[in-house]
Design a protein around this ligand. Structure first.
Ligand SMILES: [Cu+2]
Length: 483
């Protein structure tokens, strides 16, 4: 067995039982490279980042039984660190820099070695605002069932894109009242998209709901726009597992399967009870695994439209010889805000064991667009009071959103269950990121069984940068000071 080449194993792929053995035998470290690259978007070139796998393409796919044994090489001229979003490594390997655990210096490398969790995950920079400059990529961990299924795996990685630097975009937001590049769509539901739209969506105490912070130049699906989309070859009547990742820094979206109907089987890499549909919301940093059965031959656009806007992106699945339609990057009308319509219908495939919470923690989400300031429990990073838990506890965090914007809240190092939504009790999805709508109250529960220090933050990168981040600490774990 030890002598068998990987090629040989793949050739005898029918011998599925060989996988775990192969993993134990081989599993040499895998090289991941953080690089600067030039990318062409709508005919214009831009210098952005990428995380390249051993095949030279963005992202990494591990086969069943493979350990996450990675040598991460920083090949850019500034420090970086990559977070394995949704995975649960030892906390020191989580891809977050601390006072005594600095980021990876330019030209340096760092090694990682942990048992990965199967599913659709992703990886992105947790350093500065590099994530907005496309330092984000798929991290797919396949399991034995994926290998056994006669099903094509297709990854749809979504991004929001600007030719401007994230620093310029952030400056546009923090300069009070500045119209440049920032202060986008306030309301968005009125049919007028773009800057300074203050109408629509009132009815919440006369206040207006804020949707899009930043006005982007384009939205990418697998690094391309609908003007030159990724056309993925598929089989006639093919079976597909679509792995959708919202890697955008500040854009919630709606997935539109068009004429197809899909079965949602997992969110954030974790199984849910199957749910059939053709449109699904996906908040920043979330993932959707959707099973598709193609009717026969043809071309099948899979689109993602930005909430509050007409802008959209997507890929096209096409059987051999099918005519690929040209699809406008603007839809006929603006998309509604991403809301709880999916979340409240989701049920975990295997949720937490029934148990009363032994610790309740409130997390008040507050802030505004003008001045641009966002906080958790009225504190901004790093001037925060750590949330403390003890190993073995059942913890509930109550997100209480007192702002007019939704916040995709991400907890590192745990999968939590959505158990309450505006007072309604749920046996909801297991997730790592939940969208808390404006003025909503959402409760998540998790078992405190991964000792360490873990970030809890809004995954809207501009909110996070404005300070909407805190930390969950376990009693008895020695941790560095926050500043
Ligand atoms: Cu936020």
């Amino acid at each position: 067995m030890l002598e068998l080449s990987r090629r040989h194993l793949l050739a005898s792929a029918a011998s599925l039982t060989a996988w775990p053995l192969a993993a134990r035998a081989a599993n040499a470290p895998i090289d991941l490279n953080v690089v600067r690259r030039s990318i062409e978007v709508n005919g214009k070139s831009a210098s952005k980042f990428a995380i390249l796998g051993p095949d030279g393409k963005p992202g990494l796919t591990l086969q069943p039984g493979q350990t996450f044994r990675v040598n991460l090489h920083n090949q850019i001229n500034e420090p970086t660190i990559i977070h394995w979003h949704g995975q649960i490594p030892p906390w020191q390997q989580d891809g977050v820099a601390w006072a005594d655990l600095p980021p990876i210096a330019a030209g340096a490398s760092r090694s990682y070695d942990y048992q990965p969790i199967a599913g659709t995950f992703w990886m992105h920079s947790h350093q500065g605002m590099q994530e907005q400059d496309l330092m984000a990529a798929p991290l797919i961990i396949r399991n034995a069932a994926d290998v056994a299924a006669d099903r094509q795996d297709i990854v749809l990685m979504l991004h929001d894109f600007s030719f401007k630097s994230p620093q310029e975009l952030m400056a546009g937001l923090t300069k009070a009242g500045a119209p440049s590049g920032g202060m986008g769509n306030m309301g968005g539901m009125s049919g007028m998209s773009g800057m300074g739209n203050m109408s629509g969506m009132s009815g919440m105490g006369g206040m207006s709901m804020d949707l899009n912070d930043v006005k982007f130049d384009a939205y990418l699906a697998n690094d391309r726009t609908l003007n030159d989309p990724d056309v993925v070859p598929v089989d006639k009547s093919g079976q597909i597992r679509l792995r959708i990742i919202n890697g955008a820094s500040a854009s919630n979206m709606w997935i539109d399967l068009g004429a197809l109907s899909g079965t949602l089987v997992a969110v954030d890499g974790v199984g849910v009870q199957p749910l059939t549909g053709s449109t699904f919301p996906i908040a920043i940093a979330q993932r959707l695994d959707i099973l598709l059965t193609l009717p026969a031959s043809g071309a099948f656009p899979i689109l993602a439209q930005i909430e509050g806007l007409a802008d959209r992106t997507g890929i096209i699945l096409a059987t051999a010889g099918a005519t690929v339609p040209r699809i406008s990057a603007r839809a006929g009308q603006n998309a509604p805000p991403v809301d709880g319509s999916l979340e409240t219908r989701l049920r975990a495939a295997g949720g937490l064991a029934p148990r009363a919470a032994t610790r309740q923690i409130d997390a008040v989400l507050s802030g505004s667009m003008s001045p641009f300031s966002w906080a958790i429990n009225h504190a901004t990073w790093p001037g925060v009071q750590p949330m403390m838990v003890s190993e073995g506890e059942r913890v509930e965090i109550n997100f209480i959103n007192r702002s007019m914007m939704s916040h995709p809240m991400h907890l590192h190092g745990h999968h939590f269950q959505v158990v309450k939504w505006n007072g309604q009790t749920l046996a909801g999805a297991m997730r790592d990121t939940v969208l808390v709508p404006p003025m909503a109250r959402v409760t998540i529960a998790f078992d405190a069984d991964h000792k360490g220090r873990w970030l809890l933050h809004c995954h809207n990168m501009y909110h996070q940068m404005a300070g909407m981040m805190t930390v969950l600490d376990y009693q008895g774990v020695p941790v560095p000071a926050l500043t």
